[in-house]
Design a binder for this molecule. Structure first.
Ligand SMILES: NC(=O)c1ccc[n+]([C@@H]2O[C@H](COP(=O)([O-])OP(=O)(O)OC[C@H]3O[C@@H](n4cnc5c(N)ncnc54)[C@H](O)[C@@H]3O)[C@@H](O)[C@H]2O)c1
Ligand SMILES: [Fe+2]
Length: 394
């Protein structure tokens, strides 16, 4: 369906390849940068990935101004404010983020504060609060899930308020995303599975939510078929280079899709579960995705049916009667979830993910205030959110 009006914007240069990282100094130079800070976390640096990045600088006159590896899971406002001091005291002029969504969003938060010449990120929460072009930011994702390398969003935890704070602006989009196979080979199976389900959720929600459009649809469809063909392979054999690079590309495509069309109930519940109980984002996505589709099935039957083509392939699509395709799409997602559970231990219920039943009400109350619900095909109130949470509990 062609909307009467839509916008699609993705100016991020994508560089993809088994050794794409070797282009990093060139890309920084093109942006006029000389002294980047590298933002990462302990898991990523411990896996030896920062060394690969450092080696890429060997034949260049680029100087690494500082390396910061103290990023916590889900980022944190306080960490961003601490990072600002490191950036300034080392005279850096640009940012290279090497990590998953937590690192990338931390780097985006840093970019907000230094560009605005401020001290506290909290002042800039919300949509379109930023008016100035940002410092050069190059992102090297080490998970294949968030798509944050091509999104206009940063989600940063505020531990005091127990909520994940959203920041959105076109200025937040990185300049370059480098997808290098070597960066994801070390990702453990469970994180591969969880982050892959995050990417799938981005593509699926982008395809059914209210702001969908033909360009986001095209990105979402290709992303889903790449995930169908490569996620299980990457979980089974972490060194499968083709599957790894395909998953990085799928995640990037799904990110570009949802950055423009937005997401829905699955993300609203996932952000709330992350904020209240610290369940990793991808784990929450995997648990809620089938329930979110069931919630929306009456309003979105046509789109959920169309999803069967990339989810199942041409043969399954053709063999399934038209009025059963939506249910079949959800069944295939449940099958994938089960396979990932048996291969990697990816939790299938909130209980398994460590959530207490007594926390469900707080999650429901937090979820209905999440911005993702604006674009969900159906409205969601506290009781409806709670009903979905109870179904996903055990
Ligand atoms: N900005 C956006 O558009 C957007 C979209 C979705 C999610 N998010 C946010 O992203 C965050 C989650 O990011 P994530 O799922 O990528 O996980 P993450 O960044 O928290 O990483 C998870 C763990 O995996 C480790 N790790 C990452 N890459 C590795 C590798 N290659 N080898 C070994 N270990 C590795 C990390 O050290 C960390 O311990 C959440 O805060 C979520 O809200 C943001
Ligand atoms: Fe997500």
């Amino acid at each position: 369906m062609l909307p009467d009006y839509y916008e699609f914007y993705n100016p991020v240069k994508i560089v993809s390849g088994h050794k794409a990282l070797e282009n990093l100094p060139y890309e920084l130079d093109q942006l006029g940068a000389k002294r980047p800070i590298i933002v990462t976390d302990k898991g990523v640096s411990g896996a030896g990935l920062v060394d690969i990045v450092k080696n890429a600088f060997a034949d260049s006159d680029m100087i690494i101004g500082a390396i910061f590896d103290n990023t916590p899971p889900d980022s944190s406002i306080d960490t961003v404010n601490e990072l600002v001091k490191v950036y300034r005291s080392n005279d850096c002029d640009s940012i290279v983020a090497v990590g998953g969504g937590s690192v990338i969003d931390t780097a985006k938060g840093l970019n907000i504060v230094i560009t605005e010449d401020a001290d506290d990120l909290a002042k800039f929460m919300g949509a379109e609060m930023l008016k100035k072009p940002m410092k050069p930011l190059i992102v090297i994702p080490t998970t294949s899930g968030t798509g944050s390398e091509v999104t206009l969003a940063a989600v940063i935890n505020n531990p005091e308020k127990k909520m994940k704070m959203p920041f959105t602006s076109y200025h937040l989009l990185p300049k370059v995303a480098i997808l290098d196979t070597r960066m994801t080979l070390t990702m453990p199976p469970k994180i591969t599975a969880a982050t892959g389900m995050d990417a799938l959720t981005h593509a699926v929600e982008a395809f059914i939510c209210d702001q969908k459009n033909p360009v986001s649809d095209a990105h979402a469809m290709v992303a889903i078929s790449m995930i169908r063909d490569n996620l299980v392979k990457a979980v089974k054999d972490r060194k499968d280079k083709k599957a790894r690079l395909a998953m990085s590309n799928a995640s990037c495509l799904a990110g570009a899709a949802f950055s423009n069309s937005m997401v829905g109930i699955v993300h609203a519940l996932g952000h709330a579960t992350g904020g209240v109980c610290h369940v990793p984002h991808g784990v929450a996505m995997s648990i809620f995705l089938p329930f979110g589709l069931e919630y929306n099935i009456d309003a979105s039957r046509e789109y959920i049916s169309e999803l069967l083509f990339p989810l199942g392939g041409a043969e399954i699509y053709a063999a399934t009667p038209k009025d059963k395709r939506a249910e079949k799409s959800i069944e295939l997602i449940r099958n994938l979830q089960k396979e990932l559970h048996s291969l990697s231990g990816l939790p299938m219920t909130l209980k398994e993910a460590g959530v207490e039943k007594s926390q469900l009400e707080e999650i429901a109350k937090t979820a209905i205030n999440d911005g993702s619900l604006i674009y969900n095909p159906l409205d969601v109130n506290v009781d409806e959110a709670l009903a979905v949470l109870k179904k996903a509990y055990e």
